[in-house]
Design a protein around this ligand. Structure first.
Ligand code: AMP
Ligand code: ZN
Length: 448
């Protein structure tokens, strides 16, 4: 299996530290608002990664975090905590906001048939461990205190700029003049923020005899260390994470433990909608429900996502979503036909070809074109569904009353009772089934 590694900027053959426990970490959502379709794309691609690893005989151990504290409105440790902002917006407690949006995210995660993580880690469950990590960094001389928190001194971590190929001089020149003047370097970041006496911040813990809360990046470094250890195999996220969040995670972890944090870093690209960025002000932050209201199943959206490569720039439109929906229906019906006739010319290497496409940097578009241009047996469709989880082969066993209707229709037609057969046809279509009379006899298909 080869994967494009952001760390080395190369396609590399994937070798885990231990094939029986491939350690994977995914930066999860900040649970303060409804996720939009763009947010789900990364989780869809990382699920494909997990499923592909499994097909290659690896056993992944995967941790996903939920950010329920410390993610400020700006990545530069400024602005309000997103959770506090959500609480004010909805006149609820921060804990209620975290609960509601965590559950909401997980419900949609399930609708997309995404493999549940082995560990689901809430940032607020690791505060004590965050503090231990910050103490360790302080002991090693990597931190300093300002009036508003404890900061990581990035000039002390010599390889800080390497991961994102950052040009620190350029960053410095571009920094705003009024920009947190107590920071020693523009790229320094908060490990811990103090809460001022007049500040309204409900989530708070005591550290250094003052109330405060953790910075955003520390939760991932801590959770990785606690749940997976010092060096992991794969870390995933969106490309927006490269210059700040992941760069800072690496600095925290490698400065504290003197070990390489992660061997493979995978980043997926952003989608645009009608060629514009996804943003509230443009009114295009569609939720999955909004797609459902327009007649698209969450899995039609997943089909659309997987039609593109995880590193490609993708533009979403409802026309393209319609095409993805039709393609998925076509696949479901091909699987249904293969199930009924059992007839296909067996191609012994077809499954291998599909897997090989994915093994080359998760090339799902290539895998899809192999699927489209070959005749698949029912077992092949089962294999395809194990990889992409698009509900192609479940629901293939029809309920008894539908099966009965199908045989009654055949009987009516055999007796040339077309009035009855038409009546049964209408009843079947109300149940989303149409029967086609082919040279091999009647074959049922899904209408939708
Ligand atoms: P948040 O929950 O706000 O931390 O966002 C979660 C992640 O969703 C972001 O860090 C990005 O990696 C991802 N994301 C946000 N917008 C898009 C987009 N338009 N396309 C793809 N991924 C996105
Ligand atoms: Zn993270």
């Amino acid at each position: 299996m080869r994967l494009y590694n952001t760390l080395t900027k190369k396609l590399e053959t994937f070798k885990p530290l231990n094939p029986d426990e491939v350690k994977i970490y995914t930066c999860g959502p900040t649970v303060y608002d409804f996720p939009h379709v763009g947010n789900y794309t990364s989780y869809i691609y990382w699920d494909l990664l997990i499923r592909t690893l499994k097909k290659n005989g690896f056993t992944p151990k995967r941790v996903l975090n939920l950010t329920d504290v410390g993610h400020l409105a700006s990545d530069a440790d400024e602005g309000e905590d997103k959770l506090e902002k959500g609480a004010k917006r909805e006149n609820k407690t921060v804990w209620e906001i975290a609960d509601f949006y965590s559950n909401y995210f997980l419900e949609n995660y399930e609708k997309l048939n995404l493999t549940p993580p082995d560990v689901l880690a809430k940032a607020t469950d690791y505060i004590e461990e965050d503090i231990k990590l910050i103490d360790a960094l302080t002991k090693k001389g990597y931190t300093y205190e300002t009036s508003d928190g404890i900061y990581f001194d990035t000039s002390k971590f010599k390889t800080y700029a390497d991961f994102a190929r950052l040009d620190l001089d350029h960053l410095k020149a571009g920094a705003r003049v009024d920009f947190n003047s107590e920071k020693k370097n523009v790229s320094d970041f908060a490990l811990w923020k103090f809460i001022k006496p007049d500040e309204d911040h409900a989530m708070r813990w005591d550290y250094l005899d003052r109330p405060g809360y953790p910075g955003w990046h520390i939760e991932c470094a801590t959770i990785i260390h606690e749940e997976l250890g010092e060096t992991i195999d794969i870390h995933t996220g969106g490309i927006d994470h490269i210059p700040v969040h992941h760069t800072n995670e690496i600095a925290e972890s490698e400065a504290a433990f003197d070990k390489k944090m992660c061997n493979f870093w995978l980043h997926c690209n952003f989608i645009t909608i009608n060629n514009e960025k996804v943003s509230k002000s443009l009114g295009n932050t569609y939720k999955l429900e909004e797609l459902e209201e327009k007649g698209f199943a969450p899995l039609d959206f997943k089909m659309w996502v997987l039609q593109g490569h995880f590193q490609g720039t993708r533009n979403f439109s409802f026309d393209d979503l319609s095409a993805a929906k039709s393609r998925r229906l076509n696949w479901r019906n091909k699987a249904a036909s293969a199930f009924q006739t059992g007839k296909t010319e067996k191609q012994p290497d077809l499954q291998e070809k599909i897997l090989n496409a994915l093994n080359e940097n998760l090339n799902s578009p290539e895998a899809f074109s192999i699927i489209d241009t070959n005749e698949l047996s029912f077992e092949d469709w089962q294999f395809v569904d194990e990889l992409f989880a698009l509900d192609l082969v479940n629901n293939i066993e029809l309920p008894d009353f539908i099966k009965r209707l199908i045989s009654e229709r055949k009987e009516a037609r055999d007796h040339k009772d077309y009035a009855l057969s038409d009546q049964i046809r209408d009843e079947l279509s109300e149940n989303n089934i149409v029967v086609l009379d082919t040279k091999d006899g009647p074959i049922w298909q899904f209408l939708n």
